[in-house]
Write a protein that binds this ligand. Structure first.
Ligand code: FES
Length: 222
């Protein structure tokens, strides 16, 4: 798979995988494309129809984007976590085979530093001629956040380093726009400081060391 249009993160540019193969692909950054169908009233909404070619990301558990061929050009489209799970599930059940025609609606965002447009899917339809909703992000989807105790007890016992590690890991996994770090008061686990809670799901952790953070982020958000 080569010559993929659209911007993806440096991480998603580096590796590609489909459900069936793990072909390595080179992607390239792209200046804003005239082929994007943007709504006149909402300039950042795109609406694309194309052929599903597979996924970008470290296969199979770190999929971050899918690839559509649109007008003979390959475009990488980021998938929010819940949409990503739905799409992977559809591929596993063969509801969404490679080569299927899909319509994808989402939001585009200009990445000024990279000089590229990033595409993020909000919903996917199979059979664009007779659309069937395959997956959609939920407007009511609970926010993803990491609530970290910010009281001095935790801060002194590794809380600062923990927050630094969290920020680094979110950046590494390109999740800094999707997962918020929120500071809280005492979480009543001072004896096992530092403490944090991951939402959604209210997963509580205490005594976490910075070296454990990557695995934690992978487990809950990737
Ligand atoms: S000070 Fe952090 S849990 Fe109490």
């Amino acid at each position: 798979m080569s010559n993929i249009r659209s911007a993806t993160s440096s991480k998603t540019r580096s590796k590609t995988a489909s459900n069936a193969t793990s072909n390595t692909a080179k992607t390239r950054s792209q200046r804003p494309s005239a082929k994007l169908e943007t709504s006149p009233s909402l300039p950042w909404i795109f609406n694309l129809e194309g052929t599903f070619l597979g996924f970008l990301g470290e296969a199979p558990d770190h999929v971050t984007a899918m690839v559509l061929e649109v007008d003979q050009e390959q475009m990488a489209i980021k998938l929010p976590k819940n949409l990503c799970e739905a799409v992977k599930h559809a591929v596993r059940r063969r509801v969404l085979p490679l080569g299927a025609q899909v319509r994808c609606i989402g939001r585009s965002q200009l990445n000024f530093s990279a000089g590229v447009i990033e595409l993020k899917a909000y919903c996917l339809f199979l059979n664009p001629g007779k659309p069937t909703l395959l997956a959609a992000t939920s407007a009511n989807q609970p926010a993803s956040k990491i609530m970290v105790c910010h009281k001095s007890g935790c801060k002194k016992r590794g809380g600062r380093q923990l927050v630094e590690a969290l920020e680094r890991a979110l950046k590494d996994y390109q999740l800094q726009d999707q997962v918020e770090i929120q500071y809280t008061g005492c979480q009543k686990c001072c004896a096992k400081a530092p403490g944090l809670v991951i939402m959604p799901g209210k997963h509580r952790y205490d005594g976490l060391r910075p070296e454990a953070v990557s695995a934690l982020i992978e487990k809950h958000f990737c």
